[in-house]
Design a protein around this ligand. Structure first.
Ligand SMILES: [Cu+2]
Length: 183
């Protein structure tokens, strides 16, 4: 009884096992073949693609990005003696964030006025006028940034041309300003 059952079970198991192995091998080889065909197809496509890309389409793709930078909503500004360097100069109208870091060795400030104050007279020698301060005399500025300090200025600006500057005596004239546009 047990002797006759065991061989038939063995045969059944062997059949199942063989079927599974054959199925596995077929599936695996099919997948492997598919994979190889896919890869060779990709490789075959990949070979001609780079040469046209580097020869033709690549410059035309890069051209719009470089000729027409997208306006942004935030920028970092590095300032020091005697410079003011923004990471962007074309902004999108609305809330704009300036993250200003004083990398210099003396105190500086960060003031935004509309237009170009160059050549105007401020309230003290060596300063330019801040009459075009956005939103009134106290409109967006960071009055004091210590050496090594980073401060954030958030301003809501409509479309226009603006000047950001440090208006400590002599600093504007020394080069601490840049113009930017909001569109
Ligand atoms: Cu300054």
């Amino acid at each position: 009884m047990t002797v006759s059952t065991n061989p038939s079970q063995d045969t059944l198991f062997k059949t199942i096992a063989l079927t599974m192995v054959v199925t596995f091998v077929v599936v695996a080889s099919t997948l492997l073949l598919d994979h190889m065909i896919d890869r060779s197809a990709v490789d075959a496509q990949a070979v001609p693609t780079p040469s046209p890309t580097s020869a033709g389409p690549s410059p035309s793709v890069a051209a719009p990005a470089s000729s027409a930078p997208q306006p942004v909503r935030a920028a970092t500004v590095e300032e020091g003696e005697m410079y003011l360097r923004p990471s962007a100069s074309d902004f999108k109208a609305g809330v704009i964030v300036f993250v200003v870091t004083n990398g210099g060795t003396i105190h500086h400030e960060f003031v935004i006025v509309s237009g170009d104050p160059a050549g105007t007279t401020g309230d003290a020698p060596g300063r330019v006028s801040e009459v075009n301060h956005i939103g009134g005399p106290n409109g967006p500025e960071i009055g004091d940034i210590a050496p090594g300090e980073t401060k954030v200025l958030t301003a809501t600006l409509p479309a226009g041309t603006y000047t950001a500057m440090c208006n400590l005596p002599g600093h504007f004239a020394a080069g601490m300003h840049f113009q930017f546009t909001v569109e």
